[in-house]
Design a binder for this molecule. Sequence first.
Ligand SMILES: [Zn+2]
Length: 295
Amino acid sequence: MRNRLESLGRTMLIAATLAPAPVFVSDISESDGKTPQPVPIILPYAGLMSYEKYQLVKTEKESTQNNLPSIFSSGDKKRPLVAITIDDAGNSTNVKMALDIAKEKQVHLTFFPVGSVISSQKDLWKKAVEDGHEIGNHTFNHKQLPALSENEIKRQINLSQEALDKALGFSYPMHLLRPPGGGGGYRGGDPRLLKIAGGLGYSLVMWSVDPLYAVVVKPKNDREKLKKQNPDAVVEEKPVTSADFYQHVVSATGNGSIILLHFNRNDIGALGQIIDTLRERGLELTTVSGLFSGS
Ligand SMILES: [Zn+2]
């Protein structure tokens, strides 16, 4: 976007762009006869438009923040609300696809990118926030948190927060923590992890619908078990597709479900259809915080 404004005999050039360039403002006198050159002034928030939109999202986010339990795997089962969460983000193409699908379907998702990949996907995460999606912390290096010292856990969480703020150009305080691999989140949660996460202002967010486990991990475990019991057994292994992910998600999802997807081909390939089918069944899609808003 580039506007030219005439004011009091002086020309002000305003070039406001979204990422990656900061907002430029130049105030140039034409009387010196030199070619006007924009003088960059980096405003406090490099992505100004994103920041303004973020303020709206933030207000809603903060109003629900204090209502969240310290650990949960679903929302209220009496309300027809569902949250789709997508983890990891190693594959930029799939992140972009997810954002495009969400935009087309007018739906807000919750993303848990690993902190170490964020700096190489700055524009995507700016867009995610600008589009009204929610971003949660999935640690910086995707380590199993219960195996780490208290300082290392804090470092993993804080490094991820720093990476996101740096990418966005403004502070986006995350308050949802998804422990990598669910480590420390099962059976009510590891008390030490809950204490550390709570101290940093986080709730632990698990899930109630997990197609990766249902269609990939569990069948693999079953095949291995069968092979162990009977080494001569012929164990059939059929390729897994997006249709398998779709089938599992729509059959396992109900009121208050938190669906766990990853930025993988099969998951993102099923995303559009999952959204359509859940809506047809009268379920409203929202962010994880949205599950708790107004309750
Ligand atoms: Zn993960």
